[in-house]
Ligand binder design. Structure first.
Ligand SMILES: Cc1ncc(COP(=O)(O)O)c(C=O)c1O
Length: 389
């Protein structure tokens, strides 16, 4: 917390709006829209909820295909399965670690020939770096395929000078506890389309029709953000720019201390944008460094320093099964059994995947908190340097 939040929390208590509605929620949405440069926004209980609502509004239904990044967090794509639709996972490219637009263009052309286009495309802005949105829009727009940017990790980042998610049909943000700013848990769906956001707001509040009693002509969700959490969000917005500055400084310090080591590379920054460097991520090449990523992670853990591998690509997740390709669906997902764990698996398709697999094998997310001291950073750096063989 930055210190600004308590003032707004007090305002929420004084107004006695302790509910998923209230003045703080409305103000948070307005202030967020100004900050991001996306005109309309609805505050929700999570980024996952925001993605779910976006896909509902696009009319995604069972059997549809939705294209997404494979190198991402599950919350980006689980909403596809909520609707019984099929995720198609796209590989990353080495320049950005985000959805490879070349692969996207090829696959969309192939889909057009087959006469079965995806219902939506969801590029993730990975670790605070924007995907090449203009290129993705150029590919999707002729076919009228809507693009929903998963900017959960990229608040404060820019793409060609504009904010993350600007220009897409809608963008999803997360205020989970680990994000650059947080409301403990929460999310935002933002769009230039006023109606799209108004309808998402309606669906997020149990789709209650205008009537003095409780009248419902659609099924909705209980996804609205609470007034108290919105108060925290308002306080956090004040420090977003500063957080980006410090995150980038953390990256610069790691880079200065480790870039001379053979076998260590840093996540590149694409020339079209400015990453918020939510996490500093390195690649360790064992043939040059002498030890692999896992050995370094364990060495850090032995010093009580938490570091994590990259997101495990979605196409490698046991919950998704690319083998289930022939799907006749009427209601929801085809159920398949994984013989090992007897858990339900979901069908998917994969386009490429080798780059994401390589990044996952070699990648390590370093501690990147904005409260890290010089000494904290030195400890991490020393352990990593000590692993070099
Ligand atoms: C890329 C990405 N997408 C979606 C989400 C889901 O957001 P939430 O945790 O708020 O549901 C997250 C973060 O948690 C994320 O990192």
């Amino acid at each position: 917390m930055s210190g600004n939040e308590q003032r707004y929390i007090n305002e929420a208590f004084e107004s006695n709006y302790i509910a998923p509605v209230g003045p703080q929620v409305e103000l948070f949405e307005k202030e967020f829209a100004v900050k991001t440069g996306i005109s309309y926004a609805v505050a929700l209980s999570s980024g996952t909820a925001a993605m779910h609502l976006a896909l509902c509004e696009l009319g995604v239904v069972a059997g549809d295909e939705v294209f997404a990044s494979t190198l991402t967090f599950i919350g980006s794509v689980s909403p596809v399965t909520f609707l019984g639709a099929i995720p198609v996972f796209f590989d990353a490219d080495y320049k950005t670690w985000n959805m490879d637009p070349g692969l996207l263009a090829k696959e969309i052309n192939a889909c057009a020939e087959r006469g079965r286009l995806p219902k939506a495309v969801i590029p993730t802005d990975l670790y605070g770096q924007c995907a090449d949105l203009d290129r993705i829009l150029e590919i999707c727009t002729p076919y009228e395929i809507p693009v929903i940017v998963d900017a959960a990790e990229a608040l404060g980042a820019t793409y060609k000078g504009r904010g993350a998610g600007v220009g897409a049909r809608a963008a999803v943000f997360s205020f989970n506890g680990n994000k650059i700013i947080t409301t403990s848990g929460g999310g935002m769906l933002a769009s230039e389309d006023k109606e799209f956001i108004a309808q998402a707001r309606f669906l997020s509040q149990q789709a209650r029709d205008a009537a003095p009693h409780f009248e419902h002509s659609q099924i909705g969700f209980n996804y609205r953000m609470s007034n108290i959490l919105a108060a925290i969000g308002r306080g956090q917005l004040h420090v977003l720019d500063e957080r980006v500055r410090v995150k980038r400084q953390v990256f610069t310090k790691y880079k200065a201390a480790l870039q001379d080591i053979d076998g260590i590379e840093f996540m590149p920054e694409a020339p079209f944008g400015k990453s918020n460097r939510w996490l500093t991520v390195i690649l360790i090449s064992p043939e040059k460094f002498g030890t692999d990523r896992e050995t370094v992670r364990v060495a850090l853990e032995a010093e009580n320093i938490e570091a994590r591998p990259l997101w495990k690509p979605m196409h490698l997740q046991p919950v998704f099964n690319p083998q289930i390709t022939q799907i006749t669906r009427i209601n929801g997902c085809k159920k398949a059994q994984n013989p090992q764990n007897k858990k339900k698996q979901y069908p998917c398709r994969v386009v490429g995947g080798e780059v994401a697999e390589d990044l996952f094998d070699r990648g390590l997310c370093l501690p990147s908190g904005t409260a890290m001291t010089k000494e904290d950073l030195c400890r991490v750096i020393e352990v990593i340097r000590g692993c070099k063989k």
